[in-house]
Write a protein that binds this ligand. Structure first.
Ligand SMILES: Nc1ncnc2c1ncn2[C@@H]1O[C@H](COP(=O)(O)OP(=O)(O)O)[C@@H](O)[C@H]1O
Ligand SMILES: [Mg+2]
Length: 316
């Protein structure tokens, strides 16, 4: 990630639909080369934000600069430099992958003489070359998503918007798409704006994330920064013989233990005030004659942060 050059600058951006304010005074900067995650519940305003940034919708307030351009006024120029993967990408089912890409290459204004090489390169890169001449109607979901991503890359974009690219994919296909995202940003240096519901994915892929709630940005930072702000002690997983009341009682009475939750027989979630209490847990279990199978401090995750933010059971 290079420092300092903002490819997206948003100031007070707003958009309403009737009585609903889908995006509400959003201000944000996204740097070149960054993978930026846009998180939030269904209806939080993620897709609307992307549509505003790509010029599909006009704002009712505020402004956005994307690659130095105004998406509302400079839509055509912007489309040649950005790739968009929408939530439910439409592909022509009757056409083959090769035909789909060639068709869209024309539409995106890729110079004619460059089309065949560009299309072949993408078919190879996205591992579709073997089946490039089959109608897309016969493709699996994962293959379709790879094709849709390949299509988004046709113009050779420096900036990519990916709206829930792994939703609905099986674990293997989802992992392939995640690996592609890593490659597109890491090796190829593109900026990626990624909407996702998947907090594990966001933590793994994103340099920074922003959380939207009713169109407002309620949190912004690197996953590590956000998690650091969680003031909730350290959680330790403790596995011992099921039904060992003596050991559980000893843990409950141990100084520095804030909470002991029996998550299932033999598995305790123990919240402690500091890492210094961890060895005391082992001593207390063994001291009470318990049998200890596992003792594992848990790093707080972006999911913990998200649940705490939304007042959910942030009990991890
Ligand atoms: N074209 C539209 N017409 C009316 N309401 C819309 C439209 N697009 C989005 N909305 C509303 O705006 C809010 C934000 O939607 P959206 O941006 O799709 O959220 P997300 O992508 O985070 O799930 C929701 O309440 C949604 O119902
Ligand atoms: Mg959406």
């Amino acid at each position: 990630m290079t420092d300092g050059k903002a490819v997206i600058v948003v100031e007070g951006l707003s958009r309403r639909f009737g009585d609903v304010t889908a995006v509400n005074g959003l201000s944000l900067k996204i740097q070149e080369g960054e993978v930026f995650g846009l998180l939030g519940h269904n209806g939080a305003g993620k897709t609307t934000t992307i549509r505003l940034l790509t010029g599909v919708l006009s704002p009712h307030g505020g402004e956005a600069r994307v690659l130095g351009l105004d998406p509302t006024r400079d839509g055509p120029a912007l489309r040649g430099r950005t790739g968009v993967l929408t939530e439910t990408p439409a592909l022509d089912e009757r056409l083959t992958a090769r035909e789909n890409l060639s068709y869209y290459a024309d539409l995106y204004g890729v110079p004619r003489h460059e089309v065949p090489a560009r299309v072949e390169g993408l078919l190879e890169e996205f591992e579709l070359a073997d089946r490039a001449d089959e109608p897309v109607g016969r493709y699996s979901k994962g293959m379709r998503q790879r094709l849709a991503l390949a299509r988004a890359l046709l113009p050779g974009p420096e900036l990519l918007f990916l709206d829930e690219p792994t939703t609905g994919l099986d674990p293997v296909a989802a992992r392939e798409v995640r690996e592609l995202i890593v490659r597109l940003s890491g090796e190829e240096g593109r900026t990626v704006v990624l909407c996702t519901h998947n907090l594990v994915e966001a933590q793994r892929l994103c340099h920074r994330v922003g959380v939207l709630e009713h169109g407002r940005l309620v949190a912004l930072g690197t996953p590590a920064e956000l998690v650091r702000g969680l003031d909730r002690g350290l959680r330790v997983e403790v596995e011992l013989s099921p039904g060992d009341e003596g050991a559980v009682g000893a843990l409950r009475g141990l100084p520095g233990v804030l909470e002991v939750v029996e998550e299932r027989p033999g598995l305790l979630g123990v919240k402690v005030a500091s890492p210094r209490v961890v060895p005391e847990i082992a001593a207390a279990v063994v001291g009470a004659g318990g049998r200890l199978y596992r003792l594992q401090p848990q790093e707080p995750t972006l999911e913990d942060f998200y649940l705490a933010l939304h007042g959910g059971k942030g009990g991890r």
